[in-house]
Design a protein around this ligand. Structure first.
Ligand code: SAH
Length: 234
């Protein structure tokens, strides 16, 4: 079973949206498990302090290395990667998500305040992972995004197994446009080719549209295809 452990000072945020829909059904069905650790339980004082003022001054608070290290050490040690949700990390990609989904699971540390003491990142070899170039107020929503992206790829979770194979970022392409009934919406018809029943023509149209959209919107992805259909290195 794919296992997610999440360390947070807001454990009540979980499962949250991960308890609904696809991820929630898969959780109930035992396709994956969620273990939430309340970092505050590892504080040493009666106020259950998890943060302190930054060394060298400056605004905000920093999560304490000792408390966080004890919380991490309480998670059963296995071969899952230890990751810290962090805007300084490498941005999560679909290729990484695919690699994580085929592994044993993840251990995710959620930061809060101004972040965490640098020494716990080094001492516990935490891999910093970002969900994009913007700053959230905490790692929990980032952790949910990572888990959601992985869980939908687990065997048997997605309704039609095929629906993962052609979507955005497979082959470094964005997905082609999708349509469903009615045939005409506010004067806009579904493209004729999709109603033609000619599967080869439909596939060619979808491929051309995927390429057009990728060139237009994500020249970075288009260039990284390097003329051939390859997945980025994992
Ligand atoms: N002062 C920090 C930001 C702290 S935000 C800085 O400038 O880098 C508080 C916490 O939210 C972080 O410790 C991290 O766990 C989480 N977080 C914020 N933005 C994130 C992002 N883009 N990806 C992943 N986690 C993020």
């Amino acid at each position: 079973m794919w296992r997610a452990s999440v360390l947070s000072i807001f454990p009540e945020m979980f499962p949250g949206p991960l308890g609904l829909s696809l991820a929630g059904k898969a959780l109930a069905a035992g396709a994956w498990s969620l273990h939430v650790v309340d970092i505050r339980n590892f504080a040493a004082d009666k106020h259950r302090t998890v943060d302190d003022t930054p060394a060298g001054g400056g605004p905000g608070m920093v999560m304490k290395a000792d408390v966080l290290a004890r919380a991490i050490d309480a998670v059963p040690q296995d071969d899952r990667p230890h990751m810290l949700m962090s805007p300084r990390g490498a941005t999560l990609t679909q290729a990484r998500v695919e690699a994580l989904a085929t592994g044993p699971g993840v251990i995710l540390v959620c930061g809060r305040f101004e972040g965490v003491d640098e020494r716990v990142i080094a001492a516990r070899s935490l891999e910093e992972v970002s969900v994009g170039d913007y700053v959230l107020s905490g790692g929990e929503i980032a952790a949910m995004a990572l888990i959601d992206a992985c869980v939908r790829l687990l065997p048997g979770v997605m309704g039609a197994a095929a629906s993962g194979a052609e979507e955005s970022f497979s082959d470094n392409l964005l997905e082609y446009p999708q349509y469903t009934r009615p045939q005409v919406f506010e004067g806009r018809p579904i493209p004729d080719v999709l109603l033609s029943g000619d599967h080869a023509k439909i596939a060619a149209w979808r491929r051309a549209e995927a390429e057009r959209l990728t060139k237009e919107r994500r020249p970075d992805l288009w260039v990284s295809r390097d003329g051939k259909v390859t997945k980025p290195a994992r």
